[in-house]
Design a protein around this ligand. Sequence first.
Ligand code: NAP
Length: 517
Amino acid sequence: MSAADSSASPSAGIVAGVAAGGVPGTEFSAWDVRTGTARSTVFRDASADDVDAAVTAAARAFRGAQLEDSALSPATLVSAIADALDARVDELIAIAALETGLDPDARLRGEVARTSGQLRMLGAEAERRSGAFLAEDPPVPEQSLPGLVLGQVPIGPVGVFGASNFPFAFGVLGGDTAAALAAGCPVVAKGHPAHPETSELLGAIATAAVSELGLDPGWFSLLQGRGESVGSAITVSPELEAVAFTGSTRGGLALSDLAARRPRPIPVFAELGGINALYLLPAAAASPNESFISGLAGSLTNNGGQLCTKPGLLVLVGDEAGLSVVTELARVLGGIETAPLLTGGTRAAFATGVDRLAAIEGVSILHAARGEVPAGAPVPSAVAVLSSAALRADPSAADEIFGPAVVVIVCADADDLLSVVEVIPPGLTGTIHAADGDHALLPPLMRRLRLRVGRVLFGGYPTGVRVGSATTHGGPFPATTTPWTTSVGARAIDRFVRPVTYQNLPDSLRATALAWS
Ligand code: NAP
């Protein structure tokens, strides 16, 4: 199976190693974002039969792996996929650069390395977990208490939905697929219609890895589609056990609703839009801050501002130093040329979002993109400024604008800044910039912030995400629908395993109980 090419009939994806049939009449093209023109490669929506075949094959592969002794661990599969990604990095980034407009070297090459790195890390995490039980309560015969050991088992087939802005790290073979496969769960991935060629190539890479290892082809399927029908059909498919979603709040909530209304509801782990406030405390605002401003401007315009971790809110005190930071930030942003936005939908949503902000009582727009932006053209960034009182009157001023926009919230004093934390909706991250004179504010600010976000940063900017054992990429809604989970880092695997207690486990079965994936 190879990636779709323009001479072949439209691809609807790859179902357990075989080309999906698709629904005639639903054809759609890949787009070259930089020129705003359709590419010659054409796709079509996977059919209900394709979805059914993919999920049934995944369930068969899962049962086979669970019920029979297999010499092959899921860690071997994820590491084979990682090696194949690295080997085809040039081909991958060439296609993704056309479809997303993201810079091949400054952005996409590193994203492929992060993606293969997280596949390997999650494979290693699964192996580590297979070496020990989660907890043990030895028997207490004198009290007639049985011995308990706490193990875990994979949950079964997982449907994965990636986002438009991360073709690799949150794409078909991104962190969700890596965590599910490493946990021992087969994956049915939905290709994103903003980058179907990239999705197809990633699907072909995973399909080849499954085949070369001699595994059941049901371990991985890719379904192409534009619109709601394919994603909805995956979510309601009876043998699916969970959905992992990265994308818009609207999409994540729609799929969560659908999953909850199934005869047998299943979890939807939805990582949603990002509201990332950066708090610039008064003494930090008053210290020399040229590098702070250029760092912030870079962080919020990098990749066209299309990152879920973009610092979209700047919160400061409106004294002389604070106000001069705002003026200077607007000046620096005016000189930065951003990348073109990912899709026509993203461009339209950005323009609407800025118009919506401008219409809010008390908002001034210092520097902005207004109106229609042509395809392929960079979008001027937007700086909106409002008082904390205006934010309290209309908290929607803090809603995510996906793209190069920042909302500055000007507080009356430090106490006002502390109380505004509880007006700003929860998000993935919260960043604190403090100087020596701000120390008294740090404990109360951290106490408030940690109730609202998944990651609290002291200095720096939230757009770089370290993928490690201590990583949390999540947070209270609307960061995610499942605030106790993370979609990035070693603990991402927790979403796809469930605990099992073995009572009075015979020694002869310990090894089988431990080898869970
Ligand atoms: P999106 O429009 O929600 O699309 C994500 C995927 O879900 C697509 O395959 C889409 O397919 C499908 N989908 C969406 N709504 C659906 C529905 N009602 N029924 C069935 N399928 C549905 O999101 P996006 O524009 O790609 O992503 C941008 C957003 O993702 C931003 O808000 C960004 O902040 C967020 N994001 C979050 C994270 C994070 O980790 N928290 C990471 C990256 C991005 P169709 O288009 O075919 O419907």
